[in-house]
Design a protein around this ligand. Structure first.
Ligand code: FAD
Length: 390
């Protein structure tokens, strides 16, 4: 990959700022359609959230926000779920398309309950998912135990969401970027974008390595999106939440599904190498220098829940816990579209589950940048919807 060559001079059709999964996917889909593309990241590619996430491919309404924000919120969030569903369809053919095994396995997601009261909430959630054609279904106690022999005897039932799964986040972004290079894109790590200024019909990007000109610009800067919004004069209230994920030693094949728990924060699955990945959005903490580090209280609670759901985890050695900064939006819907006062400049961030969403986010951003009309209705994701709250 031409990551450290200097940027070829001249004007690009599309400049993509941010080399996480979203930006790499955007560069790929735009270059594949014949556009002259440059992808810029201030660091190496895939070193922020896209290289630190847990690799879950989500396709259900997350149970915790459903409980806390309620059914009305969940209904308003369905367009964002539909985006995940569309992205999950793209994941199916992605390894073949990019020529790399992305370790995509979609055996479904299991949300398990250990109290009968939890089942009524799950049932309401399943009905909403089914309302947009996702074939989630309730599982009896026996059905859960047949699918998940590792589950605690206390599990009384749950949900199966058949479209969910997992993939390898370490290879996904870079594989999109390499495929973009094969289609002629220039990909540059270590180049920070400091300003984006209108110039004629396009933009000049002031970077740490000189100016880059492009007719269209896609900003996919993840955690830096709020700051980019400020610079561009639009309120993009993207929140930052440092969370942690743990990995165990390798064990024999045990868990096929992506597992969640209705009584607390948990995601739990087995990678293709046999390690167990345990997370669920547990917060990290800051050290005395202000750096994000592992929070032992979160780790204890996360593991306590994992063992409660799957007692076998209690006998497995933990190898490592790492921290990454994830991003949210106030309504948990993505920000995806053109900034009206900056024609030809598009922004894209999918909160909390942006790894799952990255293929379709990237394809949609590429379509927008190339002047095509995406199949998705983007109105619920309008970047200007927070303007009045500024
Ligand atoms: C611990 C953790 C676990 C998670 N687990 C899951 C999961 O299991 N499943 C799931 O779907 N999602 C998960 N997520 C969320 C997911 O990782 C993110 O939503 C997704 O990776 C965001 O991708 P992105 O490309 O939009 O942003 P990022 O990956 O943050 O990429 C943004 C890039 O922009 C670059 N950048 C910023 N400013 C500039 C600038 N000025 N100039 C040039 N480049 C710039 C950064 O260097 C960075 O590389 C998790 C997140 C975390 C932190």
């Amino acid at each position: 990959m031409a990551e450290h060559e200097s940027t070829p001079a001249g004007e690009y059709d599309v400049a993509v700022v941010g080399g996480g999964a979203t930006g790499c996917a955007t560069a790929y889909y735009a270059a594949k359609r014949g556009a002259r593309v440059v992808l810029l990241d201030r660091q190496d590619l895939n070193t922020e959230a896209s290289g630190r996430n847990a690799g879950s491919l989500h396709g259900q309404i997350q149970h915790e926000p459903f409980l806390h924000l309620g059914e009305e919120w969940a209904r308003s969030w369905l367009p964002a779920l539909d985006l995940l569903r569309g992205s999950l369809e793209l994941w199916d053919g992605l390894s073949a398309e990019l020529g790399v095994d992305l370790e995509v396995k979609k055996k479904g997601g299991l949300l398990v309950a250990d109290h009968p009261d939890q089942l009524a909430d799950i049932e309401r959630k399943v009905a909403l998912e089914r309302s947009i054609g996702i074939e989630s279904r309730m599982l009896t106690r026996d059905e859960v135990h047949a699918l998940a022999p590792w589950a605690s005897d206390a599990i009384v039932g749950g949900e199966l969401c058949p479209i969910e799964g997992k993939a390898n986040p370490l290879v996904t972004g870079p594989s999109f970027a390499r495929a973009a290079v094969r289609h002629g894109a220039a990909v540059r790590g270590g180049v920070g974008v400091q300003a984006i200024t209108p110039d004629g019909g396009g933009y000049v990007l002031t970077t740490t390595d000189g100016d880059v000109r492009a007719r269209k610009v896609v900003v996919a800067t993840g955690d830096a999106m709020r700051e980019f919004g400020r610079r561009l004069g639009v309120n993009l209230p993207v929140t930052s939440e440092a969370v942690q994920v743990s990995v165990t030693e390798r064990v024999e094949p045990l868990v096929e599904h992506l597992v969640y728990y209705a009584g607390g924060k948990l995601t739990f699955k087995q990678s293709s190498t046999g390690t167990l990945l345990i997370g669920g959005g547990w917060p990290a903490r800051r050290d005395e220098n202000g750096a994000w580090v592992m929070n032992p209280d979160s780790l204890r609670e996360n593991l306590r829940i994992a063992v409660r759901v799957a007692p076998v985890v209690g006998g497995v050695k933990l190898l490592r816990t790492w921290v990454g900064v994830g991003n949210g939006t106030p309504d948990q819907r993505p920000v995806l579209g053109e900034l009206p006062h900056h024609p030809g400049l598009f922004v894209g961030i999918y909160p909390y589950m942006g790894f799952t969403a990255s293929p379709l986010m990237g394809r949609t951003l590429a379509e927008l940048a190339l002047g095509e009309t995406p199949a998705l209705d983007l109105a619920p994701f309008d970047p200007m919807r927070f303007a009045d709250a500024a």
